[in-house]
Design a protein around this ligand. Sequence first.
Ligand SMILES: N[C@@H](CCC(=O)N[C@@H](CS)C(=O)NCC(=O)O)C(=O)O
Length: 263
Amino acid sequence: MDIRIFSYLPNPRIWKATITARLCGVEIDIRGAAPHNLPDWLWDFDAHPLTEAERNDSSLAREARTGFGGKLYKTDAFLEANPFGTVPAAFNPDGKVGIFESNSIMRTVARLGADRASLYGNDPYSASRIDSFLDASLVFARDSQIYLLSLTRGKVTEEIHQRAHDAFHTYLRGLEQALSPDCRYLVGDRLSIADICVVAELALFSRERNYAEKLGEIDRECVTGSETDEMYPRVSAFFESLCQHEAFAPDVLPYLEKTRASA
Ligand SMILES: N[C@@H](CCC(=O)N[C@@H](CS)C(=O)NCC(=O)O)C(=O)O
């Protein structure tokens, strides 16, 4: 393996790495389990279901912060490698170097496979323009995460919904502009990790559709839908076409089918 990733599964944020890996021939070792099972795992380079001794080792138990409640079992080495203690968490093959933030994990994969496929620009300017889209995506992802977690927990409020709504439209306006008048990709004329990141973030956000009923209870509707598809036709066409791409489809299509079926 070239890189190990530990995460809850499925997680659209790790598709950023898996889609990139399919395109540039990098081997990823993925460890993880369904979100509700991760509290029963040891968070470590050698992540695995907790042994009885580990479960009873109070030095491993840490208060969960984002997306999890109660305790999570994280080793000191895990926190040394991933100081924010989050997943997805990636490691180099000997586990000594930790890489956190899904965008940076994706960048690692693109750099490892750079000889086989150019997905991260050809010069400092195009690479930095790609970074600009990754940064803008992380800003959107912050409000998206707060919104989705509040929906999952049945704690969404009008304010949270409004912030997600505003963040979505700011993000989509920029993306629509970047694809104008008729660009196939966000940066230059070839697929890059900017496109991969955007598709993963939009697919993740579409999970809001599972909670239309909850939104109805606070007199709100889903942010996305046919109206936003019409407002941002280039982004919609870009998203739909990349979902069918052979490197994206194995991750994205089953996830979207599930979301669309329950909407
Ligand atoms: N922006 C980060 C988000 C990572 C994140 O917030 N992960 C949460 C789960 S959604 C986590 O690992 N929480 C662990 C904890 O609460 O200790 C990324 O894209 O990787």
